[in-house]
Design a protein around this ligand. Sequence first.
Ligand code: ZN
Length: 398
Amino acid sequence: MGDESGPVERFQTYLRIKTVHPEPDYEGAVKFLRAQAEEIGLPCRVLEPVKGKPVVIMTWAGTEPSLPTVLLNSHTDVVPVFPDHWEHDPFGAVKTAAGDIFARGTQDMKCVTMQYLEAVRELKARGVQPVRTVHLSFVPDEEIGGVTGMKAFVETDDWQRLNVACALDEGLANPSEEMTVFYGERHTWKVEVTCCGRSGHGSRFLPDTAGEKLSRVLQSFLDYRRQQEQLLADHPDWKLGDVTTCNLTIINGGIQRNVVPDKFHACFDCRVAQRTPPDEFEALVRDWCRQAGPDVTYILSQKEDNLENSPISPDNPWWSAFSAALARLGVSTCPEIFPAGTDSRFIRRLGIPCYGFSPMNRTPILLHDHNEFINETVFLEGIKVYAELIPSLARVPA
Ligand code: ZN
């Protein structure tokens, strides 16, 4: 062998590259990924659908290259950290005696990037060649919405030429023995409410103030939030993706401490469950604003309805290949709706099945949290999962 570094060391090296917003070191990531491709023996190119936002593509040619392909997608960026809350340097990739590796991106989603690469490395070393061609894409800016990353990429001719039939993307850790597979996402809405009213001196009983209306609006949204939370508690088999969350994220208004302002503005981040038709939810919002009083209006500054789910019926060839591969490994899976947003939605909108899957069981969900970690055993097991899963998907007949 002679080579000191193994999968865990390579993972640690990748974790130390600060691809953290707001100034992610994409150059560092590209350099690292190019070197990986070189070592593994995969042709690699770097595209820039948006200037300064590199998309890295590696290709593992199949024995039947004319067939539509399988795509393994991951994003290169990570979210910011609050270092004071971390037990270890968030970009140190420290491994404890228990084998826990601490760093931003250990779960979201540098683990998956490296597991794809390690699985392909291992399979290639064993002389395996996939039937369909397998592409790996490494995209920027997922954590800031994906518009300058995956969304821009799927609009290019380069994307078309990949000829993707089925894709894998990120999922979430699962604290139990199971692994979660995501086949859809909730609708993502940002509801911006403006409450207008009488302004005047802060010492008086003015009628029709913006503050009273804001209070009623808040009450309606937060009552609904409580009901949804209760609904989830009442149905032990439901997951977060099965109910609607609406959280107050921004309030502004007011100009001076003794002046009653003529308006307040509130923003709610709403993730609407697929069981609630978008029209129905909007009717609720309209009612809540009307009930709050005159001159209360709303706009939907984001309204993304994710109506395309990937198939999870046993007669679907992609899903049956996916679930059979995991069953062979003795892994039980639970299909769910993803509670937040990922790049998968841009792929699903093209009518291409995309499964959100991060093979991390026995792991607390710590994405975007302090002290994000993965145990090295879980990381290494995940490589085995992909080593089974990738060739199985690539074997799905035309
Ligand atoms: Zn992610």
